[in-house]
Write a protein that binds this ligand. Structure first.
Ligand SMILES: Cc1cc2nc3c(=O)[nH]c(=O)nc-3n(C[C@H](O)[C@H](O)[C@H](O)COP(=O)(O)OP(=O)(O)OC[C@H]3O[C@@H](n4cnc5c(N)ncnc54)[C@H](O)[C@@H]3O)c2cc1C
Length: 468
């Protein structure tokens, strides 16, 4: 099979690249080994987890919030079978959607496992060889497993294994308090599971703004999620009935299931990259420039196999850029504002710099404003007042450096901050603009006003600054 652009992998990076290349008139083949397109994100990542986030949210709303609004319902019961069906139906609709987009755009799907066998050839297991002019590698990542005694027990599962459960575990230990671990901890606690998190570092989600991580730990604590922070897991025993997970200095916890979520590594081995001279590192993935070009001129790489973000939306954008370059255009991806959504309850979202990063780069020339949801009318009427919006700017020119949010629907709201930071907006652009009333988005403007010392809906600590 001959083509202009061959894409190895049909996840967010790969399918986006394939569609974009086809839009630009290239004869495009995408090689994907799984029975559905969509990769980790659609099959066993973003989409199924967020379908369960919705079930968890509904449990919480029905159990604790409806009554406040004057809606009487009986005590909610989780029908896990239906929650699984719902998740699977959402996945099937989304993966089927990608297959339809392939048809609509004329992208050919070569089904099977692909491997580079020459500078212009990918051999496809059980199928025809694909010969290409340009190739885009989008093989994704895999869940890492630490070398801990006993962790090979079938009761120690990765995120894919947890999503495949047909029964809710009574007790779940989450190894790793990063994004994936915290999202599952949040979901399963709402499902009625006793949840404990064991995390080696002293904080949950260490890459996020420290105030956001603290707020999450506080809310998880209130919900009864046991946090064992600064504790290293050093052994797991499976007695055939249950697990005993050992950590720290002689501490342990019993569980029926353990989620191992300590991170993901780039999938770069076994795909023939060495044969064609593409340089990669087993931990950091495939090296690329801002055009997403690898060390071989006609081979590009995108997504989890070639980046440190490990997010679907960075893979989407990289896919577009690689496809455009593979089709003779000159596109780059330099330093975009990357939103960081975390679908815990409460949700967290950030974009740009965290407060610590801003202070590290700009020293004392940083101003921060925090606006709590309790002062926002829409959040109050939704009975969702946990958390805040934080605005971070530098004080020389007023450039907005970062927005961090904890609270209701912040994973959607963060887009306003992403656009502002990409546009190099000043804090005044955000604070002096209008936000529809009453909406949650008003909190973004208000956080900017707090940072400028002239908040309207919050008592000002910096009255002197407000008078200038
Ligand atoms: C539980 C979980 C939740 C997540 N939630 C979010 C979220 O909410 N938001 C977010 O932005 N990100 C989320 N992510 C991360 C997101 O899923 C990844 O960043 C994204 O899928 C990366 O896309 P990709 O195209 O690089 O790789 P993948 O999606 O992994 O796709 C790679 C594809 O390549 C195929 N492939 C690999 N090797 C071969 C081969 N040799 N031949 C043929 N096919 C091959 C694989 O089968 C796979 O389909 C989550 C991840 C997990 C695990």
């Amino acid at each position: 099979m001959e083509c202009d652009v061959a894409v190895l992998g049909g996840g967010p990076g790969g399918y986006t690249a394939a569609i974009r290349a086809a839009q630009l008139g290239a004869r495009t083949v995408c090689i994907e080994q799984e029975p559905e397109l969509g990769g980790t994100c659609l099959r066993v990542g973003c989409i199924p987890t967020k379908a369960w986030v919705q079930t968890a949210h509904a449990m919480h709303q029905a159990g604790e919030t409806f009554a406040k609004f004057g809606v009487e319902v009986s005590r909610p019961q989780l029908n896990f079978g239906q929650a699984v069906e719902w998740k699977n139906a959402v996945v099937s609709q989304m993966t089927g959607g990608v297959a339809s987009l392939f048809k609509a755009n004329g992208v050919e799907w070569a089904k099977g496992r692909g491997r580079f066998t020459g500078p212009n050839t990918i051999a496809v297991e059980g199928g025809e060889d694909v010969t290409f002019k340009n190739a885009i590698v989008a093989t994704g990542s895999f869940a890492l497993r630490p070398p801990i005694d006993g962790i090979d027990s079938p009761r120690c599962v990765d995120s894919t294994g947890l999503l495949a459960q047909t029964q809710v575990p009574r007790r779940l230990v989450v190894l790793g308090g990063g994004i994936i671990g915290c999202e599952f901890a949040s979901i399963f606690q709402r499902f009625g599971t006793e949840v404990a998190i064991v995390e080696m570092l002293d904080t949950l989600i260490p890459q996020e703004d420290a105030d956001a991580a603290k707020e999450l730990a506080k809310q998880f604590g209130k919900r009864g999620i046991a946090l064992h922070l600064g504790k290293q897991c050093n052994g797991v025993e499976d007695d055939g009935q249950q697990l005993r997970v050992h950590f720290g200095d002689g501490e342990s916890v019993e569980a029926d299931l353990m989620l191992v979520s300590i991170g993901r590594g780039p999938l770069v081995e076994g795909v023939g990259l060495e044969e064609i001279g593409v340089q990669f590192d087993k931990r950091a993935g495939i090296a690329t420039d801002e055009h997403r070009r690898t060390t071989v001129a006609n081979v590009y790489a995108v997504g989890d196999c070639a980046g440190y973000w490990q997010l679907a939306h960075t893979a989407f954008r990289e896919g577009e850029v690689a496809a455009e370059n593979a089709c003779g255009h000159d596109a780059t991806i330099d330093d975009p504002a990357v939103p960081r959504p975390i679908y815990t309850d409460p949700e967290i979202a950030g974009v740009g710099l965290t407060e610590a990063q801003a202070r590290e780069r700009h020293g004392d020339d940083v101003a921060v404003g925090m606006f709590p949801w309790v002062a926002n009318a829409r959040a109050v009427m939704q009975a969702e007042t946990v958390g805040w919006v934080k605005s971070i700017h530098e004080t020389k020119y007023g450039e907005l450096l970062g927005i961090v949010m904890v609270g209701p629907h912040v994973t959607d709201l963060i887009e306003a901050g992403t656009v502002a930071i990409d546009a190099e907006a000043t804090v005044e652009t955000v604070a002096d603009g209008m936000a529809a009333h009453p909406t949650l988005s008003e909190a973004i403007k208000e956080a900017g006003l707090v940072a400028l010392g002239r908040a309207i809906h919050l008592p000002n600590r910096k009255r002197a600054a407000a008078q200038t």
